[in-house]
Design a protein around this ligand. Structure first.
Ligand SMILES: [Zn+2]
Ligand SMILES: [Zn+2]
Length: 606
């Protein structure tokens, strides 16, 4: 199990304990343990083998260490099994609905005996929720809304959650003697935001040995079917995985077929038919003769098309581009040189400023922007104007410690309900990089939401609109502003749009990003890391950008540092620095001060 998987399991135990009415201290211990493990760079699987290593971690006691040892050794722990026997998985999943925390879910479960989603929806429609303690009419309405959003997610998991297990299974199969190729096809290969199941295609190797390795993976909960060429399993997480053995000489045709999408494949088959050919998972054929089948490139070429990156295979015009030879050269992870949105312990991050900088350097980044929250997010230790000025010295000290990393002094400033920013222009002028984001009041009329977003992107100190919609995949729809107008204004004002790489945000979506690009916007792809481990999420943002057809030229943080600095220059900031002149200097000369000691751990802003 990876650290992320262990952390998710501990978090799940915490939620179940809370629904079960356990001692709040115990619940908190599991939740805190999850945070510690998720943010810990060293593999806990390796640490579990070393006596005392887990217990040496802050926040990990004996009880937790024992659970972690169970999990890393066997993939399960009795405690979770017992809790799951009492509380149905579907009930636990209610806590992911916007507005329903574990306390309310406990009430639903105990007072109304609600055990599944259908019962929850029926009860909400019948007006049975409003009278419950801690509920009310508004909560009831929000539950119905959240159920509608979540229904799109049913049976699907976030790409990032499927990522580690998909690769672990593929690697296990790849290690079998004689296996030539292993590919993960389907929506996983197209890098959709969520995946419903995994499709593994394998060539070579002894079929018996391949199937045995597959069905005996420790994460397999049920073997749904086992055959000569195809086996299916269900994992502990509920995800179904199908493995198909295909002959090497039809691997390309099979990969094309099982990657999809359906719409893409239908168009390809039509093109084949027009040429008197036929296309299926075994190959492209003319009568009995195989025209192409070994590689995808060969099949596309035989159809008169350039190879199409899987992220574009959605039947949205990519085939015309491939025929004309005008497919975009999509941005790649290796193009990314900067990460311009991240937090540290100074606001609601888990790792220190120094740890974040070191991790960025270790990942080969040239430039980072440290972007703590602003004061509207008091829970997240948001910065006020004085704290921003105080931090000039802190950033200067950080730069001195990391001379090989370019560090922008940034901030993630809240966009208030009326579109005003949480900090005044004089304060914004102190900063190198201003991200503006919405963290509250997501429910507005489209008109009010549009006015709010327009006001924010028109501020001359702003650089980028962070996670613009504020959506959470499967959890929150986001702000209903008219993106066409907002993107136009952003482009005209030199404000970039962010593709936030947090796995449950991926915001802008690929549909929104396509529109914003058509309106002339440029983009940043940022991790919004709240721990060093989150810097790994950059790839998910890049996938989303690729699905939107973005090239390196569309993405600011692919620029070398000097060019990036020119590209993000805001005339207002330069004028302000000239006008006030001294405003920056005394602060810069001020000695680095330590952040005030926090009494309570901050809550992460979503
Ligand atoms: Zn944010
Ligand atoms: Zn953020």
């Amino acid at each position: 199990m990876t650290n992320a998987e262990v952390a998710r399991t501990l978090e799940r135990i915490a939620t179940l304990l809370e629904i079960d009415g356990a001692n709040p201290f115990r619940v908190r211990a599991y939740r805190e343990g999850a945070r510690v493990i998720e943010g810990h760079a060293e593999s806990v699987s390796a640490m579990a083998a070393e006596p005392g290593a887990l217990e040496a971690l802050k926040g990990i006691g004996k009880d937790l260490a024992a659970r972690i040892r169970d999990l890393t050794a066997t993939g399960r722990t009795d405690m979770l099994d017992e809790l799951r026997a009492r509380i149905p998985d579907e009930v636990a999943a209610f806590t992911e609905l916007q507005g329903l925390g574990p306390k309310r879910v406990k009430t639903l479960f105990e007072a109304l005996g609600i055990r599944d989603r259908a019962a929850l929806e029926a009860a909400a429609r019948a007006g049975q929720l409003r009278g419950l303690p801690g509920f009310g009419e508004k909560v009831e309405q929000n539950v119905l809304k959240a159920l509608a959003t979540a229904s799109a997610m049913t049976g699907r998991v976030l790409l990032a959650h499927a990522w580690p297990i998909a690769h672990a299974i593929a690697e296990r199969v790849q290690a079998i003697r004689g296996v030539e190729s292993v590919e993960l096809a389907g929506s996983f290969r197209r890098r959709r935001e969520t995946v419903g199941d995994l499709d593994l295609l394998v060539t070579g190797g002894d079929p018996e040995a391949v199937m045995q390795a597959f069905v005996s993976h420790p994460s397999v909960a049920d073997v749904l079917g086992r055959g000569e060429t195809k086996s299916s399993v269900r994992l502990d997480s509920g995800l179904q995985v199908d493995l198909r053995l295909v002959p090497g000489d039809s691997f390309g045709a099979a990969l094309l077929y099982f990657t999809g999408s359906k719409a893409h494949n239908i168009e390809l088959r039509r093109i084949a038919q027009e040429q008197g050919l036929s296309l299926n998972e075994y190959g492209l054929t003319r009568g009995e003769r195989v025209v192409a089948s070994r590689t995808e490139e060969q099949v596309y070429r035989a159809l008169g098309l350039a190879w199409i990156p899987p992220e574009l295979r959605e039947g949205l015009g990519e085939i015309d581009l491939a025929r004309a030879g005008t497919l975009p050269r999509l941005v790649e992870l290796a193009d990314v040189r900067a990460d311009l949105h991240m937090h540290s312990t100074r606001s609601d991050g888990r790792d220190t400023l120094e740890a974040m900088a070191q991790a960025a350097l270790d990942r080969g980044l040239e430039t980072i922007a440290i972007t703590e929250h602003s004061k509207a997010l008091a829970m997240a230790n948001g910065f006020d104007a004085a704290r921003v000025r105080q931090s000039v010295g802190e950033i200067a000290a950080l730069r001195a410690r990391f001379p090989r990393l370019h560090i922008l002094h940034g901030l993630e400033v809240d966009i208030l309900g009326d579109g005003a920013l949480d900090l005044d222009d004089d304060t914004l002028a102190v900063l190198d990089w201003v991200v503006v984001s919405i963290h509250s009041r997501f429910e507005m009329t489209p008109e009010a939401a549009t006015a709010r977003a327009l006001a924010a992107v028109r501020n001359p100190f702003v650089n980028v609109f962070g996670h613009p919609r504020g959506r959470l995949i499967g959890g929150r729809e986001g702000v209903p502003f008219d993106l066409e107008q907002v993107a136009e204004a952003a482009a005209a004002n030199g404000v970039a749009m962010e593709i936030n790489a947090s796995p449950d945000r991926l915001d802008l979506s690929e549909v929104d990003a396509r529109l914003a690009r058509a309106k002339g916007c440029r983009f940043t792809i940022d991790t919004d890391a709240h721990a060093t481990t989150h810097l790994e999420n950059m790839k998910f943002g890049v996938f989303q950008a690729r699905r939107a057809g973005l090239t390196r030229e569309d993405v600011l943080n692919t620029l070398p540092h000097a060019k990036l600095m020119t590209a993000i220059e805001r005339p207002a900031r330069r004028a302000s620095a000239g006008r006030t002149g001294a405003a920056r200097t005394p602060a810069e000369r001020a000695p680095a001060k330590r952040a005030p000691v926090k009494r309570t751990p901050p809550k992460r802003a979503r």
